[in-house]
Design a protein around this ligand. Structure first.
Ligand code: SF4
Length: 241
C-alpha cells in the first residue's frame, strides 16, 4: 500500500475551481475556450459497424470536413470527439467504454446510425447493445441506416454550434453520476466489471465529484477490491465517501 491515499485531493494550486468559485472572468475564458474548441475537434473513429463506410467520403475531397476544423486522431488521449459508427456488440462496448474513459475532458460522443439509437436492424439480437446512451453520455445521434455524408456534415456542424454555445456538457454527467453509469455497465457485463481508469479520481480533478458519483455500484468495486487491487482502493473509497 502506498504511503499516501490514491484518491487524495489534488494540491490547492492544481485544483480546478468549481462553478461557485468561478468569477465572471473565469466564465468568460471558458466561453472563449468553447469557441476555440468547437473549431478544432480531433476525432477518434471507433468503426464498429457498416456506418463507418460513410466516413471516407465525409473526410475526403467531396465534403472535406477538415475545412471546418475537424481532423482524425489515432489516440483517445488527444481526441475530443468519439464517433461510434454503427452497431455495438456487448464485447465491443467494453472497449468503447475504456476508450471513452481514456479521453480527457471536455469530450464528446456521437452515435452514427439507427443501431446506436435503438439497436436498428439488430434490435432483437442477444449480442448487440440497444442504446448507447445507457452506458455513456452521448451528445448527438445521427439517424439513418446508414446516414449519408450530407447528414454527417450537418450533424458535425450542429455539434460545433452546441460546443460553441456551451451546451455540450454531457461529459460532466459521467463523473457526476458515475454510480448510475457503472450500474448500467455492471447490469450488462456482471457486477465484477471494471476498467483500470480512475474515474473517481478524475471526478475530483474536474471538481465534478457529487453525491451521485459514489453509490451502491461503486461500493461493489470496494467490496471486491477491484479498483486498484492491492493499492488501498478499499480504504480510499471508504474514506472519501
Ligand atoms: S445503422 Fe444500418 S448502416 Fe449503421 S451499423 Fe446499423 S445496420 Fe449498419
Amino acid at each position: 500500500m502506498p504511503d499516501y491515499p490514491i484518491y487524495r485531493d489534488p494540491p490547492e494550486q492544481c485544483r480546478t475551481p468549481d462553478a461557485e468559485e468561478r468569477s465572471l472572468w473565469g466564465r468568460t475564458l471558458e466561453r472563449i475556450a468553447d469557441h476555440c474548441r468547437a473549431r478544432s475537434l480531433f476525432v477518434l473513429h471507433y468503426c464498429t459497424g457498416c456506418g463507418a463506410i460513410e466516413l471516407p467520403p465525409s473526410m475526403t475531397s467531396r465534403f472535406d470536413l477538415e475545412r471546418v476544423g475537424m481532423q482524425p486522431m489515432v489516440t483517445p488521449r488527444q481526441a475530443d470527439l468519439l464517433l461510434i459508427t454503427g452497431y455495438l456488440s456487448v464485447k465491443t462496448l467494453k472497449r468503447v467504454i475504456l476508450t471513452y474513459e481514456q479521453m480527457q475532458g471536455p469530450k464528446y460522443v456521437m452515435g452514427f446510425g439507427s443501431c446506436t439509437i435503438n439497436g436498428g436492424m439488430y434490435w432483437n439480437s442477444y449480442a448487440t447493445v440497444k442504446r448507447l446512451d445507457q452506458y455513456l453520455p452521448v451528445d448527438m445521434y445521427i439517424a439513418g441506416c446508414m446516414p449519408r455524408p450530407e447528414a454527417i456534415q450537418q450533424a458535425f456542424l450542429q455539434l460545433m454550434e452546441k460546443i460553441d454555445s456551451g451546451r455540450a456538457q454531457n461529459w460532466k454527467e459521467y463523473y457526476r453520476r458515475y454510480d448510475h453509469y457503472l450500474g448500467e455497465q455492471q447490469a450488462l457485463f456482471g457486477e465484477q466489471f471494471h476498467t483500470p481508469t480512475d474515474v473517481i479520481g478524475e471526478a475530483r480533478h474536474y471538481s465534478l465529484f457529487g453525491p451521485e458519483t459514489l453509490g451502491e455500484h461503486t461500493a461493489k468495486l470496494a467490496k471486491y477490491d477491484l479498483y486498484h487491487p492491492g493499492q488501498g482502493a478499499v480504504d480510499a473509497l471508504e474514506v472519501k465517501r
